[in-house]
Ligand binder design. Structure first.
Ligand code: FE2
Length: 323
């Protein structure tokens, strides 16, 4: 009896955020990279996708940048059902080499950036509760597949992500060469802050100036019904041309609409900025950024420090993950 009830509970919740026993088991078993068990999605899960997609579509047409809109078309996403990642990848990979890879939860920072460098995007497979479409305690498949992945169909944007992933290797090598442990962690947490802020204000919440005026390309905006319009229309939002000095020193809060956003001219501009970020890192300009969010978890610190190891032939440090 208990077994039947348990099975019904699984069937009822399907792959709902924070309620999926399939995910809980994967986490308990230490499986970060998983399959997408498509048959586990419940009717309510598909309904959530349908509801999210149908109300976003007119807003995307109004506020999303044209590269994103082309991406939505190129991916041939089904508006009515949660997408299969294999189907998404069939359309995505030939364009830029990127693939969406299912994960069970949070990917430690270095590993996440290293995946990007390898043109893989760690993708959440759970979806928010159909009754609370606006409430999003953590990323879900709508944020990842409908917010991020359409951008990965664009060549210039994809190259930018790969270059950003390479910055994580630069960071691991730089901090790995610091002998004093306290100093090493100090430098790492500062560099990480700078990188995470840059990622936040571009990949997650970036705006771009184009022919049709200001448009969103950040996935946090593109997957939020309320904030997408707010980011473009609201007089309360400060919008400034992006400046490296500012971005890497600017803290942010994740649980409210962003009051400050930065604007790029193009993805070539963004690509150049990632190059500048790498140069600043090497020049020590991220070693003491302004305090504040985001903080770096122990798991994130460990992921970077484990990546930088002494080469066995004594030729110096290199990034282990680059092997
Ligand atoms: Fe995201």
């Amino acid at each position: 009896m208990a077994g039947i009830e348990a099975r019904e509970a699984v069937e009822n919740w399907g792959l709902t955020t924070t309620k999926a026993s399939f995910i809980e088991e994967a986490v308990q078993n230490g499986q970060l990279y998983i399959d997408q068990p498509y048959e586990l999605y419940s009717d309510a899960n598909h309904e959530a996708w349908r509801g999210l997609y149908s109300r976003m579509l007119p807003r995307w047409r109004q506020y999303a940048n044209p590269h994103f809109l082309a991406g939505i078309d190129n991916l041939c996403l089904d508006a009515t059902r949660v997408p299969r990642l294999d189907d998404v990848n069939r359309f995505l990979s030939p364009l830029t080499g990127f693939k969406a890879k299912p994960v069970s939860g949070y990917v430690p920072a270095f590993l996440f950036f290293d995946r990007l460098r390898n043109r893989e995007f760690p993708t959440t497979i759970t979806i928010r509760d159909a009754r609370r479409l606006d409430y999003l305690p953590e990323p879900d498949i709508f944020h990842d597949i409908a917010g991020h992945v359409p951008m990965h169909t664009d060549k210039a944007f994809a190259e930018t992500l790969v270059r950003f992933g390479a910055c994580a290797h630069t960071a691991a090598e730089l901090v790995g060469s610091v002998k004093d442990e306290t100093e090493r962690v100090h430098r790492l947490t500062n560099i990480f802050k700078g990188m995470a802020r840059f990622f936040w204000f571009t990949v997650e919440f970036g705006l771009m100036r184009g022919e049709g005026g200001l448009k969103a390309y950040g996935s946090g905006l593109l997957s939020s019904y309320g904030e997408l319009a707010h980011s473009i229309e609201s007089p309360e939002v400060q919008r400034y041309p992006i400046q490296m000095e500012w971005v890497v020193n600017q803290y942010f809060e994740i649980d409210k609409y962003q009051p400050l956003l930065f604007v790029v001219d193009s993805f070539d501009h963004l690509f150049d900025l990632v190059g500048q970020l790498d140069r600043w890192m090497r020049a020590g300009r991220l070693d003491n950024v302004a305090p504040g969010e985001p903080e770096m978890s122990e798991q994130d610190v460990k992921s970077f420090l484990e990546a930088a190891v002494e080469h066995p032939d004594g030729s110096g440090l290199y990034s282990a993950a680059a092997r």
